[in-house]
Design a protein around this ligand. Sequence first.
Ligand SMILES: [Zn+2]
Length: 256
Amino acid sequence: MKIFFLCAGVFFSVLTVGCNQPAQQPQEVKTTSIKDSIIPENQSLKHWKVYETVTMKDIEKFGFEKCFCIEEISDKIFSRMKGKSFADNCTLKREDLRYLKLLHYDLNGDIRLGEMVCNKAIAEDLINIFHELFVKKYPIEKIRLIDDYDADDEKSMSDNNTSCFCFRNVSGSNSLSLHALGKAVDINTRYNPYIRTFSNKTVIQPANGEPYCDRSKDFDYKITAEDDCCKIFKKYGFLWGGEWGAYKDYQHFYKK
Ligand SMILES: [Zn+2]
């Protein structure tokens, strides 16, 4: 399994080990420090309880490299996806997808555990992007699998959930979305809605994103062309739906 190990700072090296397999380190004499003995292992990290908060001390003890990593889709994860985001008519193979473990800051400055399923082609990009967002303390409310919302995009978006893979069509059309290929990510969805006007009718998704359609207003979680989120996604070759012409999808970053 190809996994990324991330050292503290903005430095990566690719190792062929799993998240639960520490990298080979030079032999050294191991002594138990007071710090080791007084900080118990954090169970949220050990069992990767998504949305739980953790401290930097917990992360240091657990291993920072195990908090930003890429895994193949395990049986346990696949059982959550099957018949939901991995719909019965899914044309992707399970082997084409990857499971990401991520950390993110919320608006209160707390560190939360996140998870994401994406196409293996952009897994490395996303690990780098979310690590850079973490370093910048860019606020993201929650990053959970859309399966926790029964793969219902409206439910997930209205809960301001950030997610990637879901085998579905573009809303209101018969063509597959880039989310169906695991190549699009929606960030802080409630505050960055999809807005389309035709025949004097405006569609807003999620519906509770309506107060955030006026982009001249200032509010939390708003994505703009100048903010870190947009800049970092673009650095890795992603495009932003907030810059589309006929309609806007402010939450949507994608790579073809
Ligand atoms: Zn999207």
